[in-house]
Write a new protein. Structure first.
Length: 334
């Protein structure tokens, strides 16, 4: 049984604790920590774990084999560095950290430790639809990918959601999953700002069209539209030399009623990617038990941060911006 300590017991943290406790095999949550005492109490009530006021003490605890970091992104670096120092395996919700510099510090610490310890929580790689597209691409039957047309629509967002968040919060999923799908890295990005929807507000340009070019020359367009009103709608089509692969829609029945034919569209990411979260965490638990990490790693977290920074710059300049990593990919991650 893998004994896990969870740092961060807000909504997402408790969702993971519930998953780890009630769904995932071979894992037990033995410790929880959150600066907000009530969050920690609610979490302990789900799993029966011991409450630690100090997250460092949780990481050091003898009976904690592996750590789940689900605190806000800005608070990730410290526990990750501590866990690396102690050689404990970590599942870290995205983002790895909020700045590229912090991500690189984590990468460097892991490389120095010489052991793969960190998995970054990019759950789309575990979604059945994306996995089917990946399998088709890897089969080689359709030739090389040339273009990707993608859509990331949310029904609506709060007043606190601003233009850069369309990258950091939203397109960050495409940034990771599309580099994995195409087995490629990004060279440059651009953002086009169409007319703004009446449902947006002064601090948010919505929708946006994000364009990414990979090192192999694949061109990707992502429509990010977070006040689309009609649902949580994620699309991905890969146009290849010998065919085109469009990701399957979630399976819902076609309903005929009142002279209309309709199909459900999900309304939030936790429903749309529910199974992906479960598969992701079970896979992490199975591998972490054997001391292995095979999911998105710290380098993927760093790449996502660097690409996001370039996109935010492109939002401001309207120009094509290069995606620049401060170092070459270390052999450790190849
Ligand atoms: C949210 O944080 C997510 O992770 C969702 O997948 C994304 O669609 C949404 O825009 C984000 O705010």
């Amino acid at each position: 049984m893998l004994k896990v300590g969870v740092i961060g017991c807000g909504g997402m943290g408790r969702d993971h604790i519930d998953r780890l406790t009630n769904k995932i095999q071979g894992v037990e949550v033995v410790a929880v920590s959150d600066p907000v005492a009530d969050n920690a109490k609610l979490a302990a009530a789900i799993c029966g774990g011991k409450i630690y006021e100090d997250a460092n003490a949780l990481i050091e605890a003898q009976d904690v084999d592996a750590i789940f970091v689900v605190s806000p992104g800005f608070a990730h670096k410290e526990p990750l560095l501590k866990a690396i120092e102690l050689g404990k395996r970590v599942f870290c919700e995205k983002p790895l950290a909020t700045t590229a510099m912090d991500c690189l510090e984590i990468v460097n610490a892991e490389v120095k430790a010489g052991k793969h310890l960190i998995q970054t929580g990019f759950m789309r790689r575990y979604d059945k639809g994306y996995c089917q597209v990946k399998e088709a691409l890897d089969s080689g039957m359709y030739g090389e990918p040339l273009m990707l047309h993608c859509t990331h629509r949310n029904p609506e967002v709060g007043e606190n959601y601003t233009t850069p968040m369309a990258v950091h919060d939203t397109a960050i999923h495409e940034i990771d999953v599309l580099h994995w799908l195409t087995d490629d890295e990004y060279e440059s990005v651009q953002v086009i700002m169409p007319r703004v929807t009446k449902y947006s507000h002064g601090k948010l340009n919505d929708p946006q069209i994000m364009l990414l070019r990979t090192k192999k020359g694949i061109c990707i367009d992502v429509e990010v539209f977070v006040n689309c009103k009609f649902g949580y709608d994620i699309q991905c089509e890969v146009v290849c030399e010998d065919g085109s692969i469009k990701m399957a829609e979630p399976a819902y029945p076609d309903v005929r009623r009142d002279a209309k034919l309709s199909t459900t569209i999900d309304t939030d990411c936790f429903v749309r990617f529910k199974d992906a979260y479960d598969v992701e965490v079970q896979d992490w638990a199975d591998k972490a038990k054997d001391g292995v990490i095979t999911g998105p790693n710290a380098w993927d977290g760093y790449l996502a941060a660097v690409t996001a920074d370039a996109l935010v710059k492109a939002q401001e300049t309207g120009q094509i911006e290069p995606v620049v990593t401060a170092v070459e990919k270390p052999d450790f991650y190849k």
